[in-house]
Design a protein around this ligand. Structure first.
Ligand code: GTP
Ligand code: MG
Length: 571
């Protein structure tokens, strides 16, 4: 199955030519095909309400016609703003990102969140039905959503393709076809990547543009591979895939100069991707040090990468014990699913990549909470009058016949059927990536960036938010009035910084200054933002996945953060 926001008339259940690996081109946030030339690597800049935004952000406006037809009455939340509350935290000298999370949990007590007349029943009062909880006897493998991230050309798609081939998910026949076609186009080295890079433009340019989804089973997990684009123009696409990740593989190109290029503060994506996945809550990481063949499988090179990148990962909030370092070569098939055969890797005695994947801790799932499924993609089949919402179930469960509330259109729909891995499935539970076919709703009322939720537990819809943010190392300062691109789950909106309330010590969370004029790189602060259009959102303390945000400008992520308060809710 393939779906993206451009294929609004995709026939449901139609398999692409890769039947076995069933690649789901998940998210198309980038510009239309053909709108770039292969050497146009820098983000184009356009003027707008946002001021400066990268081209890709303009191409897709999640706030499309469907939403503008809604009547949105702003409603002040009746909460007292306790400036000091946001700064209370455990005081641990953690990494910046984990500290941000600590701060938020402490902050939650400062703002009463029961002041929500539209949502009378608290989520804590929810009682799941029996069918919603998995039976202990169910023997199915745990699903693990695994985001493959890293700098452009580090070999993410080649590694994913090779792994799928080794595990029998791509047949020999299929592989021969890729090899032949890639060679014909003078792109022989991309044969494995072609299994993931499906579109003509991706193949011609030799880069991934959208997130490809493929599946394989390891001993412990049903692994959903989310092969992300590394090119900086497509970071928004990478983000949409990575927000669904339970764990991640950060692919590094070990070649001389390439590792360094990836680590470059302004042009490299290694740091940005690592910071982003950590800010999405991913705390288990494999660093796949790829292309070791290009450095003669040198232990010195591997150790240098560990020391330099390791220090950076620590500063992002990754614990050393949750990071595995695997030297490998995707092209020469070294250390992927078996111990290396090349004698030059004699010094490495650790697990191979597949074993390292099996060593991930199983993700915790919110089975007993009310339904939440951020919609990453919508598939419409006008001929059959069908609409399906695709995404990862973050909490709760659905089955055919379930009533769901589709936000932000606030329309109730009935689940007609479900698909998982392109096959019909009876029940979808937290952690599953599913396509939910809906009855009783106009297709225009289902949109990417929206959320499916339980009718009795509607999520908020707001444009005025208080955030706790951390400005990233090397980023431009954020000022009052700064116009930024605001990302939250699969939604993206133009935002203006209306107020900087507090500057915080990014290590301890203590208030350093009240009402500062700007936030510099590596500083943490409490800010209020006003979005151009409202988004589906929750406070981070109530729902992590709907309360994690990041801010971008000029094609780069400048800050990560969390929603500490919904200042004004739309009805
Ligand atoms: P983007 O998705 O565009 O960011 O690139 P990617 O990270 O998916 O890289 P891709 O798999 O497209 O590979 C880029 C180039 O690196 C191709 O020419 C691959 O053949 C090459 N490559 C990948 N893995 C290895 C490896 O282990 N050794 C060597 N020498 N080259 C490799
Ligand atoms: Mg790729």
């Amino acid at each position: 199955m393939r779906s993206d926001s451009s294929n609004q008339s995709t026939e449901k259940g139609k398999h692409n030519r890769l039947d076995e690996i069933n690649i789901l081109k998940n998210i198309e946030v980038g510009p239309p095909a053909g709108s770039r030339t292969s050497d146009n690597c820098s983000a184009s800049v356009q003027e707008g309400w946002l001021g400066h935004v990268d081209e890709s952000s303009v191409a897709v406006n999640l706030r499309s016609s469907g939403k503008s037809s809604l009547s949105l009455m702003p409603k002040e939340r009746n909460v007292m703003v306790d400036d000091s509350s946001s700064s209370r935290n455990g005081g641990e000298a953690n990494s910046l990102t984990s500290n941000l999370e600590n701060i938020s949990f402490a902050a939650k007590s400062g703002h009463s969140n029961d002041a929500n007349p539209g949502r009378a029943i608290s989520r804590a009062q929810y009682k799941p039905e029996k069918w919603m909880l998995p039976e202990k006897a169910e023997q199915s493998l745990t699903q693990l959503n695994l985001a493959i991230v890293g700098h452009v050309d580090s070999g993410k798609s080649t590694l994913s393709g090779r792994l799928l081939h080794l595990l029998g998910r791509i047949s020999q026949k299929e592989m021969h076809k890729y090899e032949k076609e890639a060679k014909l186009q003078g792109k022989g080295s991309f044969a494995y990547a072609w299994a993931l890079d499906e579109s003509a433009e991706e193949r011609e340019r030799g880069i991934t543009m959208t997130v490809a989804v493929a599946y394989f089973d390891s001993k412990r997990y049903h692994v959903v591979v989310l092969d992300s684009p590394g090119h900086k123009d497509f970071v928004p696409n990478m983000i949409t895939g990575a927000t669904q990740a339970d764990a991640s593989i950060l692919v590094i190109d070990a070649s001389i100069g390439s590792f360094e290029a990836g680590m470059d503060g302004t042009k490299g994506q290694t740091r940005e991707h690592a910071q982003l996945i950590r800010s999405f809550g991913v705390d288990q990481l494999i660093v796949a040090v790829n292309k070791m063949d290009a450095v003669d499988y040198s232990k010195e090179r591997f150790d240098l990468i560990i020391s330099q990148l390791g220090a950076f990962l620590r500063s992002c909030g990754f614990k050393d014990s949750s990071v595995s370092w695997i030297p490998l070569s995707a092209v020469e098939n070294q250390n992927l699913v078996s111990a290396p055969s090349d004698f030059r890797l004699f010094w490495y005695l650790g697990p191979n990549l597949l074993d390292a994947i099996d060593s991930f801790q199983p993700p915790t799932r919110e089975f007993s909470k009310p339904l939440i499924m951020p919609i990453c993609d919508v598939i419409k089949s006008p001929s059959q009058g069908q609409v399906s919402a695709c995404g990862k179930l973050e909490a709760g469960a659905v089955r055919s016949g379930s009533k769901v509330l589709v936000m932000p259109s606030a329309t109730i729909a009935t689940v007609r059927s479900l698909e998982r891995d392109s096959e019909a499935c009876p029940i979808g539970r937290a952690g599953d990536n599913i396509a939910v076919s809906l009855n009783g709703i106009d297709g225009n009322h289902v949109m990417a960036g929206g959320v499916l939720c339980h009718p009795d537990f509607p999520i908020a819809f707001a444009k005025h938010l208080e955030l706790k943010v951390l400005v990233l190392d090397g980023a431009t300062p954020i000022l009052i009035g700064s116009q930024l691109e605001f990302h939250i789950h699969h939604a993206k909106e133009a935002a203006r910084v209306a107020r900087i309330s507090l500057l915080l010590d990014s290590k301890t969370g203590k208030v350093v200054k009240k009402a500062p004029r700007c936030i510099l790189a590596k500083q943490s602060a409490v800010v209020e933002v006003i979005l151009q259009e409202a988004v589906c959102v929750e406070e981070f303390s109530k729902c992590k996945v709907l309360g994690r945000v990041f801010l971008r400008t000029l094609g780069r992520t400048v800050a990560v953060g969390i929603v500490t308060r919904i200042v004004e809710e739309q009805q």
